[in-house]
Write a protein that binds this ligand. Structure first.
Ligand code: 1GP
Length: 244
């Protein structure tokens, strides 16, 4: 597996986010059934709260269902599993809370290093999603306000200059709406590292808009937690649009 190419290829990627704390077993089983039919490019595992559930067991189940890369996407704490293929290591560069810029990283650095997991440092940018997100509340940071397109682009560029390998434009899990297309386009135009867009993406229209604006990866979580079967329509719309 060439991990970097698999998660950030030349064409956009469709990622499914599985939050260990949100998944009900029946729905997870259903979602894994769809993943086993190839309906995603990447699986992200993580959430804003610390899960008491075994992340090892969850990742083993996902790996049995799909050969697609499974990346840890930790929120509040750096939950690790050597069964994952790699780690997206976020630094909350839109915020000014040192814990989430560097503090948690210092606490977890030796554990991450010893895990041997491939690490992709990620500039994590919280943007307004129409409501207060769990990520914003937990990190006690404000998202970039709506309309502050240049601020988002400058923040992403700063992340790139600091050596980050990708940028995540995040409206927050379950956001009322995804990042606006002007903001996605401005960030994409400003950086030359991969751009991940997630939070509030629920419909085929949302996916098409994010791709057209320049997202290299779209992430869908909540919509599939609630309705796993909708992955079929979303993934088909994604593939059809990417093929155009
Ligand atoms: C959350 O961006 C991800 O960190 C996915 O958001 O749950 O709203 O799809 P949703």
């Amino acid at each position: 597996m060439n991990l970097k190419r698999d998660i950030f290829g030349e064409s956009p990627r469709f990622a499914v986010l599985i939050d260990p704390d949100h998944e009900k077993d029946e729905r997870l089983e259903s979602l894994l059934g769809f993943l086993s039919k190839g309906m995603c490019d990447v699986v992200l595992v993580g959430g804003s709260t610390s899960s008491s559930k075994s992340i090892d067991l969850l990742i083993k189940r996902i790996k049995r269902a799909t050969e697609k890369p499974v990346m840890l996407f930790p929120g509040n704490s750096f939950q690790l599993s050597s069964h994952a293929d790699g780690l997206l290591l976020p630094s909350l560069i839109s915020g000014r809370n040192p814990d989430y810029l560097i503090g948690k990283h210092v606490e977890s650095a030796s554990i991450i290093y010893k895990s041997g997991l491939p690490v992709f440092s990620m500039g994590y940018i919280l943007v307004d999603g129409g409501q207060v997100s769990a990520a914003s509340y937990i990190t006690q940071t404000m998202p970039i306000p709506p309309g502050q397109v240049n601020l988002a682009a400058q923040t992403a560029l700063a992340g790139q200059l600091l050596g980050m390998k990708c940028i995540y434009l995040e409206s927050g899990s379950g956001a009322a709406h995804p990042a606006c297309t002007d903001m996605i386009a401005a960030v994409k135009k400003t950086i030359n590292i991969p751009l991940i867009v997630g939070g509030g993406i629920k419909t085929e229209h949302d996916i098409r808009k994010a791709i057209d604006a320049g997202a290299d990866m779209v992430v869908v979580g909540t919509a599939l937690e609630e309705h796993p079967h909708e992955i079929g329509a979303l993934f088909t719309a994604f593939c059809d649009h990417v093929a155009i």
